[in-house]
Design a protein around this ligand. Sequence first.
Ligand code: PMP
Length: 405
Amino acid sequence: MSLFDKFAPQRALQASLAEAGGVAPIATPIDAVQSATSGTIGGRRVILAGTNNYLGLTHDATCRAAAIQAIQSFGTGTTGSRMASGNFAGHRALERALADAFGWPAAIVFSTGYQANLGALSALAGADDFLLVDADSHASIHDACRLSAATTIRFRHNDVENLARRLERLGDDARRTLVVVESLYSTRGDRAPLREIVDVVRRHGAFLLVDEAHSFGVFGARGLGICEELGLLDEVDFIVGTFSKSLGGVGGFCLSRHADLELARMVSRPYIFTASPAPPVIAATHQALRLVLAGHDLRERLQRHAAHVYAEVARLGYQLGTDTPGPVVALVFETREGALGVWQGLMDAGIYTNLMIPPATPSGLSLVRISLSAAHSDDDIAHIVAALAHLAEPQTADGVTAPAI
Ligand code: PMP
């Protein structure tokens, strides 16, 4: 017996993926990055269509300049927690900017988006409280429930009636319940029915936290996310987001219209017991936030790409994770082999996407996830659509059956 025996399924998966040869479909090594949408993988240039770089801001000249300037002034890292020696001017300024953007009094910046969920949920929901979370939530939300002393209850994905029944059953305890949903689910790219969720949560006097990881910067007149787009910012108690997608950095945040969120930082272990984000990351993220708030050219460009790709992919007969166009284009397959075949076919065409297979996906789904970016050129988008069209053909030129979609 060994500690490592339990990894037998992982060993088998690794072996079966290696057997296929070529570039590894999971943890794909990216050797160089030339721009937000171009990289080198396996010795060749590819279009990057599997990142979360929705606005392409990783390579924006002003964001890069801000990062370099911060390194010159503050150094490469903070070497300490926000509660100790790592509470720099940049962290506080970014918190103020985020809170001001929403017109809310409280904002806490965390070292990652993962820690934002861990830190916010575990601090807000204590021993006598309840966390009521969508079953298909991101791992960071499920892990936050494990870290929290609260009682966790799950409701069926996007099922408002199921949520309502659970709240009814809680009776008076609904008032000490934090309901947690994502506005845009990253696996299928589908949206939560937020209007209905807000109604039910309000009716029962519970609190609502919305994770806008994949929608912040992308939706809403000022890029604040889907709650802004739907006019729901007055109805939501907390918003969690990440710096690692549209903002092109790394880190995360929790914001609230309740000033008392400020107190949560005094008890939040994932906030206290880790080093604060590095100065260049904070400076680049702050600049990216300014760009997001300043205009919607990038958002409009991204929506145009999304509308076009969704229409084309549906026309080609692929099964999509949702009908509502957005930056996440999830192609759903009946088998792992089907997903792997299309992922490989796209790679052969010089397009890097994400392969998502169980156990990393909810409900055992096998997916190829294409992430669109405002930085993709019209030619990039045309190339992606053409490659998908080729892969959708039942027979390839050499008579080999293409992967079933
Ligand atoms: N929440 C959601 C919904 C996510 O999809 C992710 C990342 N994929 C996170 C939180 C964690 O963010 P980060 O990767 O920035 O830690």
